[in-house]
Design a protein around this ligand. Structure first.
Ligand code: GLU
Length: 477
């Protein structure tokens, strides 16, 4: 899925600056402070050689720390042929606002390596990742107190394990070294629930938005996820898990798009996600799924009529060229920056509700925060109290049974006395975070006449939190 660069449209980084300025204009903060919040604090552009086959390839890579107002900085590392400085600066900026919105106490950062990972073997990818990590260590751009990478487009737990191992090779006496990167495999200090976290956050956030009667009425929709028609563009980690949670809650997946093409369900009943994924594994393509209709281009899926459209791949897929053709009622931004500002104006004028990336896909970094906490505390969540709670609930039940002279059914007993495992706590913390973050954004949108949409409201909330941190530091009295 190529990144769109339409002539006449702002670049990705310019778009983030545009959204920032739009929201900043509504705040009362002094210009100097706003400029400091907006600027990328450190930009590290690097070139390093890696032996690929018989030749040395010069690899282009980046790490951008957008904000040092809280440390460590935090944000993923992406492997994609479209990586450039503009993109990484845009993504790093979004991370600062994202963290602020969900009260994750980090500054934003992002990294990128300009490669198409499909064109490299696993051992070549490992060499590139280790060399990149070494470059970060050399410049003090990684560490549990400094800057903590995570997965993003084109990377996953495997790459995070390589980063950790490289870091520990150089910093063998650092007791908190496991906290130098998140999204790791469980055996390497990862936390249960991180893999599905962004998708689950997209689900919780959308569920919150569609629970507001007044807003759904304006879109001529009923409240709730059940029965809603959903189109998901991109079935990578974020898209797959988003689709899965929507389907499990009774939504109908009527359109799915992947790299090679898109399919839709003419019956409107919904495609079974896991059958589609199995079909893709077996045939190498999402196309020709039994009962589904093939679409010529993967981006055609964006134009399907549906209640909720979930772009879950790369940025700028909805642009001036296709915005007028979008028929969704709600766009849930699972990807970072999937809509250009020019397209957004068209979509908003059509009355489409846009749930912005800076809020909606913050589930990933939220659970990364939990993973980092786990690494610093050196203990699995639930280890100390699971059995204690089970014993307390059990005692409580026994007393109640004694008082009422009634026995609780065995299957109910198991549910009631269950102490929380790590994954239960992670999901619960994520759910609470996504619910708590939505209403302040919506309230600003509804109450402040100068704020016309949810994205501006989300940026407004973020700017307010970062500005408060700077003011209370005493830098900008
Ligand atoms: N790459 C993810 C994002 O864009 C996760 C970042 C993190 O967990 O630090 O939000």
């Amino acid at each position: 899925m190529a990144v769109q660069h339409n002539a006449g449209e702002l670049s990705f980084y310019q778009s983030v600056e545009y959204y920032f300025d739009k929201a900043a204009a509504v705040t009362k903060y002094p210009e100097g402070l706003l400029n400091q919040i907006k600027a990328c604090n450190s930009v590290y552009q690097m070139r390093f050689p890696v032996k690929i086959g018989n030749n040395f390839q010069v690899i282009e890579a980046y790490r951008v720390q957008h904000s040092h107002h809280r440390l460590p900085c935090k944000g993923g590392i992406r492997y994609s042929e479209f990586v450039d400085q503009d993109e990484v600066m845009a993504l790093a900026s979004l991370m600062t606002y994202k963290c602020a919105i969900v009260d994750v106490p980090f500054g934003g950062a992002k990294g990128g390596i300009k490669i198409n990972p499909r064109q490299y073997s696993v051992s070549q990818l490992q060499r590139i990742t280790r060399r990149y990590t070494t470059e970060l260590i050399r410049k003090n751009f990684i560490g549990p107190a400094l800057d903590v990478p995570a997965p993003d487009y084109g990377t996953g737990a495997r790459e995070m394990a390589w980063i950790l191992d490289t870091y520990q090779t150089f910093k063998s006496d650092e007791i908190d070294s496991y906290g130098c990167v998140t999204g790791k495999p469980i055996s390497q200090g990862g936390v249960r629930g991180r893999v599905e976290a962004t998708g689950l956050g997209v689900f919780y956030g959308t569920r919150e938005a569609v629970s507001v009667k007044e807003d759904m009425k304006a879109l001529k929709l009923s409240t709730g996820i059940e029965g809603k028609t959903v189109v998901v563009q991109g079935l990578g980690n974020v898209g797959y898990h988003s689709a899965n949670f929507f389907q499990k809650s009774g939504a109908r997946l009527i359109g799915l798009a992947e790299y090679e093409g898109a399919i839709y369900d003419p019956t409107g009943k919904g495609l079974d996600l896991d059958s589609v994924v199995r079909h893709r594994e077996e045939t190498g393509s999402i196309l020709n799924f039994p009962g589904a209709v093939n679409l010529a281009k993967n981006t055609d899926a964006l134009e399907l009529e549906c209640d909720i459209l979930i772009p879950a791949a790369l940025e700028r897929v909805i642009h001036m060229g296709n915005a007028a053709k979008i028929k969704a009622k709600i766009i849930a931004e699972a990807a970072n920056g999937p809509i250009t500002p020019e397209a957004e104006n068209i979509l908003l004028s059509k009355g489409i509700m846009i749930l912005p990336d800076v809020y909606l896909n913050a589930g990933g970094v939220t659970v990364s925060y939990f993973e980092w906490l786990k690494n610093l505390s050196h203990v699995r969540f639930g280890r100390m109290d699971k059995r204690f709670h089970e014993a307390s609930y059990s005692n409580m039940l026994r007393v109640m049974e004694g008082l009422t002279n009634k026995k609780v059914k065995e299957e109910d007993r198991d549910r009631v006395v269950k102490g929380a495992e790590e994954v239960d706590l992670v999901h619960s913390g994520l759910e609470d975070t996504m619910i708590a973050a939505y209403m302040p954004i919506r309230d600003n949108w509804k109450r402040n006449k100068k704020i016309e949409d949810l994205r501006t409201a989300a940026f407004y909330v973020a700017i307010d939190k970062v500005a408060t941190a700077y003011m209370e530091l005493g830098i900008f009295p």
